[in-house]
Design a protein around this ligand. Structure first.
Ligand code: ADP
Ligand code: ASP
Ligand code: MG
Length: 923
């Protein structure tokens, strides 16, 4: 008995062929694929043949389409081309076009394609068309439904028919329409019968599937050719199953048989000479004339094969984007169009996931040096991307590391398999045994990486194949595993590949360093690396969830001239809003002069937040926040800031004094979000929390800057870091850390009582609303602890003795007013202390001390001689003295205003700019 696949075998025209079709033979307009009756409840495995016999009623369409008497069959290649038949001219006179599914997505678009084809003034044109968009998916879905015995395939097939019927009704009229619809009906009936057989069998063979799914191309090509003829231009349509002969492989690919295809093309042309041929993409036949396909997205490949067979001057692939972008434009909003690509670069890009081009498109055209042009049918003004041999100029013009990288592509849903063991080293045949086992399960290995120690071989396969691969390897190496020669066959799931592609990239010093640096700075963990000796690509495997971030990070490193940072501002109070003002005023200078693009993607207060997709307009954020703001939700806010489409670097700026916000830093840093803050709570909170936070920051390239926590805009932390990092030893840090207390003691010189000076400071706005917050010394103690920890002292806030200037009885006073009212009662004590100091030629100062040598810190009132730098202070300045091994006799002094919104915001701003330069902005 013949196999089911025999049912769709199409052979040499035979007058004896049987036509089993639900439409009557009299209405048939062309040779049909033979099949059993749709009504049949059982499968008759009759190898039905096609026929060339003409139906008596020949429509106008058919008369014009003399070429298409074998709609689903393949002409006999053994018939020789007669001498009188016109010979196929080859070469520069031909241009090949391929229109993707979206280009022929509806009737209007098909008309548009017709006009583009007609307007191309090349002497000879061959146009390859895909199925209308979504149709191939619909056809695969029919198979899926039928073989899983889901009745709804009938309804789904009706939808397919209706889609084409209504498109044809829009496009065609008269006999052309009648003819197309009758073809369509007849095809649908045959499909119905075939799907019924699949439904009954509960299985579809590959050839059944290929036969069914290829119909979309048959219909779109017929419609396009009819509409072109309707415009008065003569053309023929070609069922490429008559011409393209391919050998299916067992790796879901098809290898073209160029010489057989060439013979058939010549023969086809001799029978259908034409200067304009509309050919089906995607479909072909096996050498046994069984319909097959070039597999998903194969129409690009069809066009390339046709281009090569005709030795055409150019192959233009029309699609829905302006060309090949430096990265998938759906994933990287700032991807740029590449003007040119070499054949190898285009191949690598498409192999690694840039589905704008089918990877096999390159080889056929490269052989004859035929350029490929990728163009956007919806934007004719864009010149597109040209794929050809790289010109010498291109290479010489590209001295910069950046220019060696053309683009990036990603493949998702992969798993890594790691075969590891000391027994592998130096054992010949290990790799062959591993990949032999992988081949046996039919899995596709996408990349391989082997350490030169041969201790491990690691490779990536599609996630859905990994279980079978791992099982096969475990079985194959069970003895080696038992004996310990192999330690493991490990699977790492949820991976993606990120490939950087560019001519000579891999052999140019600095390119891979830049790539890995960008990944490290975005805090992305690389699981495996492969750099082929082709020099065209570097492939890294990253975790699935990091993939888009990795893509954006490397893309922006190579393509954005600017360092772009997405910012979220938490707490738009006095300091936060001053920072926003400073950002607004400085934005354009930063962009133009320093190539830094800071984008505030959101602002959140405790009650409301404002989120933006492109960046908040900083001149009117207040109005936006009150009008368009939504209820504050910190988690949502953070997600929004990090989720933005274009910018790989994210920073959260915490301008609150809130310990709840501070407790989130760890979580944010772990997610790769940088944190900048003047909030002292995290660094002066519990020691173990602080230690964890710093450890986390050190392990990663995620930055945590907090300069403004100690001296607002004064460079205190950075000075200290500079000393420590260059090997100086800190002996002591001593300073007046409170602007308020500085003011008070600079003015408490015996002329007025202490309480009066405090009242004056309060009035001038130097104190907190309740001056006890300053006088208690807690704030100074927090600064001391921050500096102490920076010096490596493991101290808790409670370990710092603090001399409070709030008299004991007033600590419980109800209000600031009550406190101020009662404070004069305690003036005598302070006056006494001042007098003692005066008597000794000294002044009183309220200081914080980090005594590194003795592992302690203290906050207290101290006396200094009148020539001491601390005695020279005026206004509310801070002063900090670092005594170190290098600065032992003369301490290093930092002095200046250490409080106030402007200077604090300035301190935060300089941390933001430091972050930008760490992330690669020019200095
Ligand atoms: P067609 O149906 O025309 O063959 P495809 O969907 O197969 O179109 O290919 C075009 C699509 O490829 C684009 O819409 C784009 O989303 C996607 N694509 C992925 N990577 C790239 C890239 N690097 N450059 C351009 N397009 C890309
Ligand atoms: N129509 C086929 C597919 O969608 C071939 C193509 O369009 O390239 O896979
Ligand atoms: Mg495509």
């Amino acid at each position: 008995m013949a196999s089911l696949s025999g049912l769709i075998q199409c052979r040499t025209p035979s007058p004896k062929a049987l036509i089993l079709d639900t439409t009557s033979a009299a209405t048939r307009t062309s040779k049909k694929i033979s099949i059993f009756p749709a009504s049949s409840s059982s499968v008759f495995p009759i190898p039905l043949r096609s026929t060339r016999s003409r139906a008596p009623v020949v429509s106008q369409l058919e008369r014009k389409e003399s070429s298409n008497t074998a709609r689903a069959s393949v002409a006999d290649a053994s018939v020789n081309v007669s001498l009188e038949d016109p010979e196929l001219p080859k070469g520069e006179t031909w241009s090949v076009h391929k229109f993707g599914g979206t280009c022929v997505g509806n009737s209007q678009r098909i008309k548009n394609v017709a006009s583009i084809v007609i307007n191309d003034d090349t002497e000879r044109k061959l146009v390859v068309v895909s199925a209308m968009s979504k149709v191939t998916d619909m056809m695969y879905d029919l198979i899926q439904k039928a073989q899983s015995r889901d009745d709804s395939y009938v309804f789904a097939l009706d939808n397919v028919q209706e889609k084409h019927r209504s498109t044809a009704l829009d496009l065609l009229e008269g006999p052309d329409l009648t003819s197309f619809l009758s073809h369509l009906d007849s095809d649908i009936n045959n499909l119905k019968a075939m799907l019924r057989a699949i439904y009954i069998a509960g299985h579809a063979t590959e050839s059944f599937t290929d036969f069914v799914v290829g119909h979309g191309e048959l219909w779109s090509a017929q419609m396009l050719s009819s509409i072109i003829r309707k415009d008065g231009v003569d053309c023929k349509w070609m069922d490429t199953r008559e011409v393209l002969i391919v050998n299916p492989t067992n790796s879901n690919q098809a290898d073209p048989d160029f010489s057989e295809s060439e013979k058939r093309l010549e023969k086809w042309y001799s029978q259908n000479p034409s200067k304009l041929i509309i050919a089906t993409g995607f479909i072909a036949s096996t050498p046994q004339n069984i319909p097959t396909t070039l597999k998903r997205d194969g129409s690009d490949f069809s066009a390339a094969i046709m281009g090569a067979l005709l030795k055409a001057r150019q192959v233009t692939i029309w699609t829905d984007v302006d060309g090949v972008y430096s990265a998938d434009p759906r994933k990287v909003g700032e991807a740029v169009i590449l003007k040119t690509l070499s054949y190898q670069e285009a191949w690598e890009m498409s192999y690694f996931g840039a589905n704008v081009l089918h990877p096999r498109t390159i080889i056929p055209v490269m052989r004859y040096n035929i350029p490929i042009l990728i163009r956007n049918i919806f934007n004719l003004s864009s010149p597109g991307t040209k794929i050809c041999h790289p010109s010498v100029v291109d290479e010489e013009d590209s001295p910069k590391v950046e220019s060696y990288v053309k683009g990036f592509a990603t493949i998702d849903n992969l798993a890594l398999v790691n075969v590891e063991g000391t027994g592998m080293a130096g054992v010949p045949g290990t790799a062959s045994a591993i990949f032999g086992a992988v081949k046996d399960v039919g899995a596709n290995v996408i990349m391989i990486s082997q350490a030169s120690s041969e201790h491990s071989v690691c490779f990536a396969v599609p996630e859905k194949e990994v279980k079978a691969v791992a099982d096969a390897l475990k079985a194959r190496f069970s003895r080696a595993l038992d004996a310990g020669r192999l330690s493991q066959v490990a699977v790492i799931s949820n991976c993606s590949i990120l490939a950087a592609v560019g001519q000579k990239m891999a052999s140019t010093p600095g390119v891979s360093a830049t790539l890995f640096n960008a990944l490290a700075k975005a805090n992305i963990n690389v699981r495996a690396i492969a750099q082929g000796c082709s020099e065209y690509n570097i492939t890294v495997v990253v975790e699935r969830e990091d993939c888009i971030r990795a893509l954006r990070a490397v893309h922006s490193r190579f393509y954005l001239s600017r360092t772009t940072i997405a910012m979220g501002i938490i707490g738009p109070g006095l300091i936060g809003s001053t920072l926003l003002e400073q950002l607004r005023d400085q934005a354009s200078v930063l962009k133009e002069d320093f190539n830094i693009d800071l984008r505030v993607m959101g602002i959140t207060g405790s009650r409301r937040m404002l989120l933006s997709e492109v960046g908040v307009d900083l001149s009117s954020w207040r109005e936006f926040l009150s009008e368009k703001g939504e209820v504050a939700d910190l988690e949502k806010f953070v997600q929004h800031i990090q989720r933005n489409d274009t910018v790989p670097n994210t920073v959260l700026v915490d301008c609150t004094a809130d310990s709840n916000v501070a407790s989130c830093y760890k979580h944010w840093l772990r997610k790769g979000i940088h944190v900048i803050t003047p909030n002292k709570k995290a660094n002066s909170g519990p020691l173990d929390q602080y230690m964890k936070l710093r450890a986390l920051q050190r392990q990663s390239y995620t930055h945590y800057f907090y300069e403004a926590t100690v001296g607002a805009g004064l460079p205190i932390i950075s000075t200290l870091r500079g000393l420590l990092e260059t090997g100086d030893k800190i002996l002591k840090i001593e300073g007046i850390f409170s602007g308020t207390l500085s003011y008070i003691f600079n003015n408490f010189i015996g002329k007025r009582p202490f309480s009066e000076v405090v009242a004056e400071a309060k009035e001038a706005g130097y104190t907190e609303p309740d001056p006890r917050d300053d006088l208690s010394g807690t704030d100074v103690a927090r600064k001391v602890i921050i500096l102490a920890r920076e010096c490596g002292l493991k101290l808790e806030l409670a370990d710092i003795p603090v001399e409070s200037l709030v008299p004991e009885p007033l600590r419980a006073s109800e209000s600031a007013e009550e406190f101020m009212e009662k404070l004069p009662k305690f003036d005598k004590e302070m006056t006494g202390k001042l007098q003692d100091a005066e008597d000794a030629g000294q002044v009183l100062r309220y200081v914080g001390v980090v005594d590194v040598a003795n592992h302690r810190g203290v906050v207290e009132m101290q006396k200094y001689s009148k020539d001491h730098p601390f005695a020279q202070l005026s206004g509310s300045d801070n002063i900090i003295a670092f005594t170190t091994t290098r600065y032992r006799d003369q301490p290093l002094i930092v002095r200046g205003p250490g409080a106030g919104a402007q200077v604090t915001a300035g301190g935060i701003f300089s941390d933001i700019l430091r972050l930008a330069s760490y992330l690669g902005a020019p200095s």
